[in-house]
Design a protein around this ligand. Structure first.
Ligand SMILES: N[C@@H](Cc1c[nH]c[nH+]1)C(=O)O
Length: 402
C-alpha cells in the first residue's frame, strides 16, 4: 500500500469538506425546522440494531443493502441501518405504542450505510432526512406527505421538479392473478422494469395461462407518460380486479390535486415501475430534477411494516438524501451558493483594539462571518472575504468592500 493509497476512501463513502459540509448542516437545520412546523416530531434511531428488528418484514432488497456485524457483547448479528423508514415504523409500533391509536407524525435526519450504491453515481453513505405519518389510511395523509416532500425540495431551493407517480397494487394484483411461482414472477418483474418488451412477451407466453392477464401485463409495460396514461390504463386494464381500478382512481385524485396546488410540478406516471424497497403497499412517488438521472426524493404508502412489531398501522412517508440535495443545489444555483459563505476580514489588531473587537462581535451576532487575519496574510489568503475592516482618517474602524 502506497502513502497515496492509505487515504483512499471506499467507493461511495465520501467525506464532506468546506464549504459543502456547512451548507449541508445549514440545510439540515432549515429542513428539520420545516418538518417541525408541519407538526412532525424528531426521532433519532440507533445507527445499528439486531437484524431481526431491522429487517423483519421489509423484504430482500433492504437485506442485501445492509452491512452486518457481530455484536461483541451479545454474540448476535446486528445490521447497520440502510434505511431509516422501517426503524421509525418500529418506533411507532413498539416504543410509542403506549401513545394510543391516534395519528403519529415523526421525522428524522440520520446517516445510513448501504452495501451497494443504487447506481454508479450515488452514495453508499447518504444522510437520510424524511418524514413518516402513521395511523391514517386515506388520501389526505398521502397528500400531506406529498406536499411536505415538495415543500422540502422547495426549501432546498431545487426547482424544475418532475414527480413520478405509481401504485404498487396495479402490478401486484395482476401478477397474483397470473398464479405463477416466485422465480417466474421475478423474471417477469425484471423484464417489466427494464422495459424489455420482447423478453416480457416470451416470459408471459411461457408462464401465464390466462390470456387476459397476459394482455394486462403486456399493456402495463407501455403505461408510462403524462396524465393521458391514466385514461389509457382504464381502457387497457378493463376487466382487471377492483383493486386495480381503485389504484387508478387514487392516482387520478392525487394527480388532480397536484396539478391544482403545484402547477409548476411536471407529472409523470409509470404504472409498472416499483422503485425503492419492497415494503411499499400502495401509492408510490419519486421526484426528479433535470440535472440528475436518479430520484432525489422517494416515498409512498407502506401499511404492513409495523405488523411484525405487533401493531399494524397505516403508514406513509418520504425520504431524501441531504448530501445529494446539497450537491444539486450547488449545480442549480452556483452563485447563491458561493455568496452564503462570504464574510469580512479584520486585522490582527482585533485582539488589542477593544473598539474593533466590539464591532466584530456585533457583526458576528448578526450571523456574518468574520476572520481575524492572524498572520497578516491579507485578503488573498482569505478567498471567501468580500469586505475588510480598515481604519479611516479619523482612526475609526469601517468596513470597505473589496
Ligand atoms: N425510505 C424510502 C422512502 C420512504 C419513506 N417513507 C416511505 N417510503 C426510500 O428511501 O426509498
Amino acid at each position: 500500500m502506497t502513502i497515496a493509497d492509505r487515504w483512499l476512501l471506499p467507493d461511495g463513502m465520501e467525506e464532506l469538506l468546506p464549504p459543502r459540509a456547512y451548507t449541508l448542516e445549514a440545510l439540515r437545520r432549515k429542513l428539520l425546522d420545516l418538518l417541525a412546523a408541519w407538526g412532525y416530531d424528531l426521532v433519532i434511531p440507533p445507527s445499528a440494531e439486531y437484524l431481526e428488528s431491522l429487517l423483519t418484514g421489509v423484504g430482500k432488497d433492504l437485506d442485501l443493502q445492509t452491512f452486518k456485524v457481530t455484536d461483541q457483547s451479545s454474540g448476535r448479528l446486528m445490521g447497520v441501518s440502510a434505511d431509516v423508514t422501517p426503524q421509525v415504523a418500529r418506533i411507532d409500533a413498539h416504543s410509542l405504542s403506549c401513545e394510543g391509536e391516534g395519528i403519529a407524525r415523526l421525522c428524522y435526519c440520520h446517516p445510513v450505510l448501504r452495501t451497494r450504491a443504487d447506481n454508479p453515481l450515488s452514495s453508499r453513505s447518504p444522510i437520510q432526512l424524511g418524514a413518516e405519518l402513521f395511523g391514517h389510511a386515506g388520501l389526505p395523509s398521502d397528500l400531506e406527505i406529498l406536499s411536505l416532500m415538495l415543500a422540502t425540495l422547495e426549501a432546498a431551493e431545487l426547482d424544475q421538479i418532475h414527480l413520478d407517480l405509481g401504485h404498487v397494487n396495479i402490478y401486484r394484483t395482476l401478477i397474483n392473478q397470473a398464479q405463477i411461482d416466485e422465480q417466474e414472477a421475478e423474471a417477469i418483474f425484471a423484464a417489466l422494469q427494464d422495459k424489455r418488451f420482447a423478453d416480457l412477451d416470451t416470459l408471459l407466453q411461457a408462464y401465464v395461462e390466462c390470456a387476459q392477464v397476459r394482455a394486462h401485463l403486456t399493456a402495463l409495460a407501455h403505461l408510462h407518460g403524462d396524465m393521458r396514461v391514466l385514461e389509457q390504463a382504464k381502457r387497457d386494464l378493463q376487466g382487471a380486479p377492483e383493486s386495480v381500478q381503485a389504484a387508478l382512481v387514487q392516482l387520478e385524485q392525487i394527480a388532480h390535486w397536484i396539478q391544482a396546488s403545484y402547477p409548476q410540478v411536471t407529472l409523470y406516471f409509470d404504472l409498472a415501475e416499483l422503485r425503492g424497497f419492497n415494503y411499499h403497499t400502495g401509492i408510490m412517488f419519486a421526484a426528479y430534477v433535470p440535472q440528475w438521472g436518479q430520484a432525489i426524493a422517494k416515498g409512498g404508502r407502506y401499511d404492513e411494516t409495523g405488523k411484525v412489531f405487533g401493531r399494524a398501522r397505516p403508514a406513509t412517508g418520504f425520504s431524501v438524501d441531504l448530501k445529494l440535495l446539497v450537491a444539486l443545489q450547488e449545480l442549480q444555483h452556483p452563485q447563491t451558493h458561493q455568496r452564503k459563505h462570504l464574510g469580512v476580514l479584520a486585522p490582527v489588531q482585533a485582539y488589542t483594539d477593544a473598539q474593533l473587537m466590539h464591532k466584530i462581535r456585533a457583526l458576528r451576532a448578526q450571523g456574518e462571518r468574520v476572520w481575524v487575519d492572524l498572520a497578516g496574510e491579507g485578503t488573498k489568503a482569505h478567498p471567501a472575504c468580500d469586505r475588510q475592516w480598515v481604519q479611516n482618517a479619523q482612526g475609526e474602524w469601517v468596513i470597505s468592500p473589496l
